[in-house]
Ligand binder design. Sequence first.
Ligand code: MRU
Length: 347
Amino acid sequence: MATDTLRWNGDYNGQVEMIDQTLLPTQYKTISIGDIEAMWEAIKVLRVRGAPAIGIAAAYGVILGIQKSVDSCSLDDVKQKVVQSCDYLATSRPTAVNLFWALDRIKTKAITGNAATSQQLAEELLKEANAIRDEDAQMCRAIGQNGKHLIPDGGGVLTHCNAGGLATADYGTALAVMFAAHEDGKKFRVFADETRPLLQGSRLTAWELQKAGIDVTVNCDNMAGWMMSQKMIDLVIVGADRIAANGDAANKIGTYSVAVLANYHNIPFYVAAPYSTFDMTLPEGSGIPIEQRDKSEIIEFSPGRRTAPHDVKVYNPAFDVTPAKLITGIITEKGLFKPEQIAQNNI
Ligand code: MRU
């Protein structure tokens, strides 16, 4: 069930190959990303998206940023180029902390590593970027195992956005729990909020689950409350882009509304995320930067087809923050925790 979302091909002079997620589900196409500017653009326009995946993409982006300097520049100059590349890629998207976590990890390796030449440095950094990818794949598997018991046989699960293989190096966070339960032979139904405005739920989550043979139904975001009242939903599982030390969790816009609805209907609401999504420097979610995106995403349902008056004002935050008090549990690679246990357990 793993998705080959992105990978590095070749030595440090190589390229990244990734699925262009903007084209799914009508077109499955992999593209080659051969320079840092193309990687920045791919992250910005969501060709690669989902918190863990953009962390991996950014780590590979640094290799793309230094590769032309390796044979012609001194070790110190290439280290300088690493820092510049990290600073540049950090401007692509602000909310998912995995991006900054991965860039910090690459930068720290460059500064503290043992490389004696520019070539050795490039090799070490590529190894580190590949390690970030491989560790993410293992974390997905562990999250799946740690959460699969939560899904009742015959139950209904609601999810929002896409926290699946396309958002990670393997088979996701929220969707990992579903894939693992499915592998155990459980029968259940998944409802995928379509996730306006960019439709990650209907375009990506439904595509992944259907491909895996899991019973999936797409619904518009504004149907979730009614579906809960009709007893169609037994639990909600979503991913996260950044979790503060108190357990407040940022995820795709609309997640907060789902959590409020789940609370009203006494339905458990779970967040699934690896440690690279935790930001222990932030005591609470109010400090999480929320990305504001272009108005065209809202007023042009598909490019060129306007669905709102010309020049209308638009508010388009890409994420919201669900307060810890609305979260039943956080499923991590280390186990299932209550939000208030996150800081105590130093996740
Ligand atoms: O804007 P996106 O598509 O990058 O938003 C993605 C999400 O909100 C996901 O739910 C989150 O990154 C978790 S992915 C495991």
